[in-house]
Design a protein around this ligand. Structure first.
Ligand code: HEM
Length: 521
């Protein structure tokens, strides 16, 4: 009798548990998103109809079977820079029906896609840097990569970190970094010299530049050798592939169970990177500032930690590691890609190679490269801007509204994610004119900051507002230092093996690398 009673109680508990799970799934996959959908519709925003719990993901994935690999963008002889509709065919389609601003859904998460600079200006005018959210859904998704690094945090925590980190990129610190950049680039070019002595003149320049940018960030931000940083960078690249190369179901409830192997791989790599960084930090703490530039990034973080310790606000080891990860990744990837796309564009525009060489001769001549001299390379600045316009390594910026925001007669509800489509704005003929898809650095001659763009928020290579890239001055200096060294020793032509297929793996990169024919001058 007692046994029978016990079994009925267990059965009842099981049924209650299953009912609870069923209700939770029903609420998070259907009821809440449908309510949010109706609220957003009422607020005046339009967009493609979602199917919950997947939202509009299935339509977005269709591109994978059609134009996804962007191979239609040409081979070495015919290259098209009209990349937006190849990279984001669904946005191009939806834009035709709903305009430049519309709502779409990643799973049960609403995203406001913005490609109208005037709308962005109005939307962001009343929101200061610390009041913007970063999409919660990406915080979870990208946790192994950035953790609570500067790029992900918000509110007072962001203010504090930004305050600690900004001095690392002061002009006096940048001055000290120039010679380290030249040293690493010269090492790469010596290698190119020995390679080009042989029959083979083809080099995968993207791979070479990524390695050099990695060496530069290891030395300038962490005061360590490339050998010590290499393992961290290799694992970060593997993690990027595990997290971003495959179809993912961001925003779909319980989606982490859909790609379990990739997720486990990313978590494993994340732990390995953490322990490598932990040993770099420990070694640095032991060594103190002996032999290190006192104001490199790691030095500043450790120094701030000592001060904050006294106020009971020190960064935990975990937070310290997350900042390092963010800088290892951010510092290498974006600048290396900007340089790679530049060399592709210069390879097919030899007249610009010549113009830049001429400028280098006039401004730098035989002098040692330094911060001031690099700032005098104006034409190189136009080229950099034009490359960041056509092939922006950071193809979008993201935010999340932490309050209802009114823009004219539309209300963007609290919790809406914002997807600012930088590639769309950089390729919009209404903003840049009919030659929008041509490589024309001279558009920055009379308007060095905006290149003649009809709206100041239409050109956002480094983002916008208070959360603009904290290291943009470092990036510009590194770009100019590396390009100056390359163009002073080599000329580049596109290899017949180059296939023009830009793709997004978090950043905008050449899918099949960048094989160039490299000739010593
Ligand atoms: C050409 C090179 C680079 C480009 C195009 C670039 C672009 C960007 C963009 C678009 C953002 C987001 C801004 C926003 O959301 O409004 C950003 C933020 C950031 N970048 Fe860069 N970046 C570059 C180089 C670097 C380098 C070299 C580092 C590190 C050494 C770095 C570290 C960061 C960090 C930490 C943030 C987050 C800032 C914050 O949220 O306060 N970036 N960058």
């Amino acid at each position: 009798m007692a046994l029978l009673l016990l079994s009925s109680v267990v059965n009842l508990a099981l049924m209650v548990f299953l009912l609870f799970v069923f209700l939770r799934v029903l609420i998070s996959c259907w009821i809440l998103p449908v309510l949010a959908y109706h609220k957003i519709k009422k607020s005046g925003l339009r967009g493609p109809t979602p199917n919950f719990p997947f939202g509009n993901i299935s339509e977005m994935m269709k591109k994978k079977k059609t134009k996804s690999d962007s191979s239609s963008l040409g081979s070495s002889s015919t290259i098209s820079h009209d990349i937006h509709s190849a990279l984001f065919p669904y946005f191009a389609r939806w834009q035709q029906s709903y305009g430049k601003v519309f709502i779409y859904w990643l799973g049960t998460e609403p995203f406001l896609r913005i490609a109208d600079p005037e709308f962005l200006k109005k939307l962001s005018s009343g929101v200061i840097g610390k009041s913007w959210g970063k999409p919660n859904v990406f915080k979870y998704d990208r946790k192994p990569m950035f953790g609570d690094g500067l790029v992900m945090v918000e509110g007072d925590e962001w203010v504090r970190l930004r305050h600690v980190i900004t001095p690392a990129f002061s002009s006096s610190n940048l001055k000290a970094m120039a010679s380290l950049m030249v040293e690493s680039t010269s090492k790469m070019l010596d290698k190119w010299s020995s390679l080009t002595n042989s029959e083979n003149r083809e080099i995968d320049v993207e791979r070479e530049i990524i390695a050099t940018a990695g060496e530069i960030i290891a030395k300038t931000s962490f005061g360590i050798s490339y050998e010590n940083g290499r393992e961290v960078l290799k694992k970060l690249t593997d993690m990027q592939v595990a997290l971003f190369k495959y179809n993912r179901y961001v925003g779909v409830p319980f989606s982490s169970f859909m790609n379990p192997m990739q997720n486990l791989e990313a978590i494993k790599l994340g732990k390995e990177i953490d322990s490598l960084l932990q040993s770099i930090i420990t070694a640095r703490k032991k060594a103190g500032s002996n032999g290190h530039p006192s104001k490199d990034l790691l030095g500043l973080l450790l120094e701030a930690n000592d001060v904050d310790d006294r106020k009971g606000k020190r960064l935990t080891e975990r937070e310290l590691i997350d900042q390092c990860k963010t800088f290892f990744f951010g510092g290498q990837e974006t600048t290396a890609l900007a340089l790679s796309w530049t060399l592709m564009l210069l390879a097919i525009n030899p007249e610009w190679q010549n113009q830049l060489r001429e400028e280098i001769r006039e401004v730098i001549g035989d002098k040692d490269i330094d911060f001031q001299l690099l700032a005098g390379l104006k034409k190189m600045g136009w080229v950099m801007n034009e490359v960041l316009r056509l092939y922006s390594p950071a193809p979008n910026a993201q935010r999340q509204a932490r309050q209802d925001i009114k823009v004219d007669d539309v209300v963007v509800p609290k919790g809406t994610n914002l997807w600012i489509d930088v590639v769309a704005m950089h390729h919009d003929p209404a903003l840049w004119g009919d030659d929008v898809n041509e490589f024309k650095p001279e558009r920055f001659r009379d308007d060095p900051l905006y290149g003649g763009c009809k709206h100041k928020m239409g050109f956002l290579p480094f983002g916008f507002g208070g959360r603009m890239c904290v290291a943009r001055n470092l990036a510009m200096m590194e770009y100019k230092a590396v390009l100056t060294k390359i163009l002073s020793r080599f000329s580049v032509k596109l290899s017949p093996n180059y296939h023009h297929a830009p793709s997004i793996v978090l950043s905008l990169r050449p899918t099949h690398g960048l094989p160039l024919i490299v000739e010593p001058l």
